[in-house]
Design a protein around this ligand. Structure first.
Ligand SMILES: C[S@@+](CC[C@H](N)C(=O)[O-])C[C@H]1O[C@@H](n2cnc3c(N)ncnc32)[C@H](O)[C@@H]1O
Length: 220
């Protein structure tokens, strides 16, 4: 990476583009020095749009309403790649990070180990009524679970945990729903299901970085 010569806001709290040579690289400002770049006394973790759908949504200028104080329910935490950036963004908030598979859950616990604003929930996102009782209402629901019933999972979790007026961002993977059907038809059906409960505000294709993926932003 070239030397960092400048910085500009990406329009979200604690989220910036670092200017390095000809490149502008998305990054979150962090309190952790590990794997971070230093610029003018602050630390920044590069956030690749290749490995994170949320990063690619921001690079595609989606209006992601995450704030420093947001309370986030994150479904499909995997090994924590994106969760740690959300944790950087919501520096005065909290992330409840749900993951059900044992191996990524182990890596998640390691990734979030120094962070006090991430609460891991090892549970199946299809059954939000079985989560531990300490989760309060959140104002932001992020979902990236690659399951056939993605819209239904978002609705079930929102009804139990999202406050009215809160936002939902869901990464819909067409190929988790059908490998033969036209992705456009799949996306339309999922948007229709989401529209029955939420106001759909924005939809953005995540091509070419995330093939057959659509990002949908809704308000509850
Ligand atoms: C595409 S990966 C998520 C990547 C992650 N969001 C990131 O950006 O780093 C999908 C994850 O969702 C998890 N998952 C799928 N279905 C789930 C469910 N019903 N409950 C909880 N986690 C689930 C999978 O185990 C997998 O780790």
């Amino acid at each position: 990476m070239n030397e960092i010569t400048g910085i500009r806001s990406a329009g979200i709290d604690n989220t910036f583009y670092l200017i390095a040579g000809e490149e502008e690289l998305l990054a979150t400002r962090t309190s952790f020095r590990q794997d971070a770049e230093e610029f003018e006394g602050n630390f920044y973790r590069l956030w690749s749009p290749v490995t994170s759908k949320l990063s690619s949504m921001i690079i595609k200028n989606m209006k992601i309403p995450l704030r420093r104080t947001s309370r986030v329910l994150y479904l499909g935490a995997a090994s924590g790649t994106t969760v740690t950036h959300v944790s950087d963004i919501v520096s005065d908030g909290v992330v409840f990070a749900v993951e059900f598979a044992a191996r990524p859950a182990r890596d998640l616990l390691t990734a979030i180990e120094p962070r006090t604003n991430v609460i891991p929930i090892i549970a199946d996102a299809r059954y939000p009524e079985k989560y531990p009782p300490f989760i309060d209402r959140v104002d932001f629901l992020y979902q990236d679970v690659a399951q056939p019933d993605q819209a239904a999972i978002a609705v079930a979790n929102a009804e139990k945990y999202l406050q009215k007026g809160g936002h939902i961002v869901i990464a819909i993977k067409a190929r988790s729903i059908s490998i033969t059907e036209d992705p456009k038809a799949i996306f339309q059906r999922e948007i229709d299901t989401l529209s029955s409960k939420f106001k759909v505000l924005e939809t953005v294709s995540l091509e070419p970085l995330h093939k057959d993926h659509l990002a949908v932003l809704c308000r509850y």
